[in-house]
Design a protein around this ligand. Structure first.
Ligand code: HEM
Length: 238
């Protein structure tokens, strides 16, 4: 038994082990897969990649860090376009394509559907991310701009009903690692893209694998090409 700051608050080692394992299982592949699909989408949408890199230059710059690139939370928060692009990527390729709920008692859902105790309720996050009735006629396009407020240019979800975007679920059962996932994804994506182009190997087939998590069936084979002229490009004022 571990003590947590006083005599009264204690935590069982077994509970702590399960909690840590849960975080590892829930947070590792989900974040890694989100980045794989993101890099693949960027490689196929050079106009989006250009904007992501321009923003990273603008916010982080590339020099004056003595070879070390340590990002602050405030810098990450200022990368609105990257945030929008990652969110859009997860709309089309949610790391968890399906979610299942076990019904604990008879109930009626807001749309009038009756559900019975011990039923299973499965909802398809992948399909919902591509429904025209939710996202409009451009639902199948990768368009990060849909997440930017047209006036301020800042990332915003305010225009969406809360249960339309389900990559992290919504409501009280929203993924508790959501903020951390964005910190991880934005850190990796911005630092990597600032220095390299992620170029998929020609002819390599990228298709989803039917699984509880949205793997790529054959993985993502890429080469990393150093960005030429980085120092010159990075002289954008932050
Ligand atoms: C892109 C990355 C991620 C995605 C798309 C994602 C998505 C989700 C979704 C859809 C759920 C299900 C919520 C529910 O229906 O109850 C969930 C649960 C959860 N997530 Fe995440 N997640 C991500 C990253 C992370 C990270 C980085 C962590 C922690 C470090 C994390 C920790 C958890 C935990 C602890 C749960 C609850 C699991 C449970 O109910 O047992 N997630 N996540």
């Amino acid at each position: 038994m571990l003590q947590m700051g006083g005599d009264t608050a204690t935590i069982e080692e077994e509970f702590l082990r399960d909690l840590s394992l849960n975080f590892l299982l829930a947070g590792r592949d989900t974040t890694a897969l989100a980045l794989c699909w993101f890099f693949w989408l960027l490689a196929n949408h050079p106009n989006v990649e250009e904007k992501v890199v321009a923003e990273a230059h603008h916010v982080i710059g590339a020099g004056n860090r003595e070879g070390k690139l340590v990002l602050t939370r405030s810098e990450l928060n200022r990368m609105h376009y990257l945030h929008a692009a990652l969110t859009e990527s997860l709309r089309l390729y949610p790391s968890l394509p399906l979610d299942i709920k076990h019904i604990v008692m008879d109930d009626i859902l807001p749309d009038g559907t009756h559900v019975k105790k011990d039923d299973k309720l499965v909802y398809a996050i992948h399909a919902m991310g591509r429904m025209e009735s939710i996202w409009g006629s451009d639902c199948s396009l990768f368009r990060p701009e849909r997440w930017l407020d047209p006036c301020s240019g800042l990332f915003s979800e305010a225009h969406l009903p809360p249960f339309h975007y389900l990559a992290f679920n919504a409501g009280p059962r929203t993924c508790i690692g959501k903020d951390m996932a964005y910190v991880l994804m934005k850190t990796v994506a911005s630092t990597l893209l600032l220095h390299f182009r992620v170029v998929p190997v020609r002819g390599h087939k990228v298709v989803p694998k039917l699984s509880i998590t949205l793997y790529m069936k054959y993985g993502l084979l890429v080469t990393l090409e150093p960005r030429i002229g980085l120092a010159k490009e990075s002289q954008v004022e932050a």
